[in-house]
Design a protein around this ligand. Structure first.
Ligand code: SF4
Ligand code: SF4
Length: 668
């Protein structure tokens, strides 16, 4: 007897009805999907970046490996179980359809028989069980654990209940079939076999079992078709929208903003939903409401008014509402309050943790652009920064005449005095101008370069701001003006390689200058230090005592993946092992200075640097090492405000390296 089973056993009389119902469900699902498509089409044109195969690879990693989703174990395993469980069950149904609607009518043959059938039955049972475990985990998480980041809507409960119903009734009808037919290969469908044993004791006659089978079969069918209908009208739509979003995503770095082409005229930034590109709107639709961005946003965690998840959902609500008639609402202001937009420190945590590549931060800056460039609605302190950038070329309004004062007493050649210099030391405005602490840090950096006998020079009075504050705050016009001037200067002096200590300068030169014609080799100072130690061009003379922790700056770590170099440097110069904080590396907590917040006046909630300081003090260390001038200043002020300056030392990696090293005669 060949192992197989009769498809539509006990329900053969309703086969046509099933096809009709399935057809109706698919039409409704298709109609719902087209509504989403029409909403995305409100957006502007935009080309997907990257090649087709590269994007296919992103999708494969996302779907098969669940790489990003699995970063959080419980929700990751839960989603993996549901995805693979239902995925294999769906493939099982497709196999039946292939046999019954193509193979059998066209070729008179079947595939669900023999060993193939046995394996098929076993796999479907096991993956059904996996899906069941995933659904139970999801229900437990949503309704028992109730994490704050999840907002429970009635549709979430409905969907999970329908999943549960499909799986349980699936096993029930399998068990009843096995109980009636008693095929000798029953054990190859182990869950069905167990159900058969249980049900056989409750309903002993064949008639009662076949009747019950019909009832459960109908429930199973209606729940399955119901899920198909629900897909475009519920959170389940992320099956399609998230996959498409990942497929069309930009390659890393996620946020390297597209320059605005001012020749094309307004709109500059996003004021209404249709100012987003279609990809931006698809991006909104991809959000699964998982709340990971909310849980990792330092502004939200510091009780500010910003919640990145809310931003995405509010914009999505607006997109959905405006599908029939264009929304008259101005997004920045009417839909998203200005305060929320200015709260963002551009730390990129929301993008980094989002499992489906939604980018709240990119949306925030797009809205800021409209506020700043079209409505001139920015806080007075920010207006001053923009004016300083435009007039003096730096955010502090210090001007170029004192830009190289820090370099008195150190051997640092000027490019405008000679062109045969190998490397430009790009100092940055904070390092050159902010105060004595930052100038001391810059001086230490220059002295290290001298110790390592590196052939370097500075631009001095010719150096302008890199443009990062203007770009993050939304003034793309000023950013481009400054960036183009910098590119011109660097090219004029034939500079091809630059090293910079400030992670903001590093990031913008490395990732955002190339589209403006500024293609240079950009080296981060921490990476350079690491290389100098590895090549033994720097040698420690007296290692630094004390227990230190290291703060990963967002623009070095999350933006550019530089985590190991600073740690290796600290390992080389400290007497004790560095102590890691709970929130370190890609989970670092922003210092609060990015995206213009360094200059921000009063804001709701707590100051981010103070929240970070609490985390530092919990690690019971003697000092904190920063690798960004903004971080150092923010933390220094938090320590002073809390009166901790005698117990917690805030320092920088360059100062420590300078303290611990001496020059080594270098022979290349
Ligand atoms: S970039 Fe950072 S501060 Fe801004 S919304 Fe995202 S997580 Fe929050
Ligand atoms: S934006 Fe991403 S991380 Fe935030 S709720 Fe949506 S899917 Fe989750």
């Amino acid at each position: 007897m060949t192992p197989t089973r009769e498809i539509f056993w006990n329900v053969a009389d309703v086969r046509t009805t099933v096809y009709l119902l399935a057809g109706v469900s698919l039409v409704i699902a298709l109609w719902g999907t087209l509504r989403h498509y029409r909403r995305w089409r409100q957006g502007k044109e935009g080309k997907p970046s990257g090649h087709f195969f590269q994007r296919l690879k992103f999708l494969g990693q996302f779907l098969i490996g669940h790489e990003r989703i699995l970063r959080e174990r419980y929700p990751g395993l839960m989603h993996l179980s549901i995805f693979w469980g239902f995925g294999i069950l769906f493939l099982g149904t497709l196999t039946i359809a292939f046999q019954e609607d193509i193979l059998r009518p066209l070729f008179g043959s079947t595939i669900l028989q023999g060993n193939f059938y046995l394996i098929y039955g076993l796999l479907l049972d096991l993956f059904g069980l996996l899906a069941l475990a995933g659904v139970v985990m999801a229900l437990y998480r949503r309704y028992v654990m109730r994490p704050r980041r999840l907002d429970n809507r009635p549709s979430d409960f409905l969907i999970l209940s329908m999943f549960l119903l499909i799986l349980v009734t699936g096993f029930l009808i399998e068990g009843l079939r096995l109980s009636v037919l008693k095929p000798p290969w029953s054990l190859w469908e182990p869950v069905g076999w167990l159900f058969a044993k249980m049900l056989g004791t409750l309903w002993t006659t064949e008639t009662s079992q076949t009747n019950l089978h019909r009832v459960f079969w109908w429930i199973h069918l209606m729940a399955s078709l119901g899920i198909i209908v629900c897909i475009p009208f519920s959170n389940l739509f992320h099956i399609l929208s998230s996959s498409l979003n990942v497929f069309f995503r930009s390659p890393r770095p996620f946020v390297a903003f597209e320059p605005i082409d001012f020749q094309k005229g307004p709109p500059f930034g996003v004021n209404t939903i249709s100012d987003f590109s279609w990809k931006g709107l698809l991006n909104l639709d991809a959000c699964t409401r998982c709340g990971r961005c909310q849980e990792n946003c330092p502004a939200y965690l510091s009780e500010r008014s910003l919640n990145p998840k809310e931003i995405v959902l509010d914009l999505r609500g607006c997109m959905n509402g405006s599908s029939r008639r264009k929304s008259p609402l101005s997004l920045p202001g009417d839909v998203i309050s200005e305060d929320k937009l200015w709260d963002c420190t551009t730390c990129q945590a929301c993008i980094d943790v989002c499992p489906v590549d939604v980018d709240p931060y990119e949306k925030i800056v797009s809205l800021r652009r409209s506020l700043v460039m079209e409505k001139a609605m920015l806080p007075p302190e920010y207006k001053k920064i923009m004016k300083n950038l435009e007039v003096f070329g730096d955010p502090f309004g210090a001007g170029s005449l004192i830009r190289e004062d820090w370099a008195m007493g150190v051997n640092a050649r000027r490019f405008y005095q000679g062109r045969d210099i190998e490397t430009l030391f790009w100092v940055g405005c904070t390092g050159a101008l902010y105060d004595e602490r930052t100038k001391e840090m810059t001086l230490a950096a220059a002295k290290i370069l001298n110790k390592a006998e590196l052939d370097f020079g500075i631009l001095g009075k010719l150096e302008l701001c890199c443009g990062d504050p203007a770009r993050r705050m939304g003034d793309e016009y000023i950013f481009q003006k400054i960036a183009k001037q910098n590119v011109h200067t660097l090219k004029e002096y034939g500079i091809r390689r630059l090293v910079t200590y400030c992670p903001h300068c590093y990031n913008i030169f490395r990732n955002e200058y190339p589209p403006l014609g500024g293609i240079f080799e950009v080296v981060s100072f921490t990476e350079l230090l690491c290389t100098l130690f590895e090549e033994k061009r720097l040698k420690t003379t007296s290692k630094v005592d004390g227990l230190f922790t290291y703060h990963d700056p967002c623009y070095l770590g999350r933006y550019n993946g530089i985590y190991d170099a600073p740690r290796k440097v600290l390992e080389a110069i400290l007497t004790s092992n560095m102590k890691e904080m709970a929130l370190s590396r890609d989970r670092t907590f922003c210092c609060g200075g990015g995206g213009g917040n360094f200059w921000r006046g009063k804001a709701t909630g707590r100051r981010l640097e103070e929240v970070r300081m609490e985390q530092v003090t919990q690690s019971r260390v003697d000092g904190l090492v920063a690798a960004c001038p903004f971080c150092e200043i923010m933390f220094d002020s938090a320590v002073r405000q809390r009166g901790l300056e005698n117990s917690l030392k805030i320092t920088s990696i360059v100062k420590l390296v300078h303290q611990a090293t001496e020059s080594v005669p270098f022979r290349s």
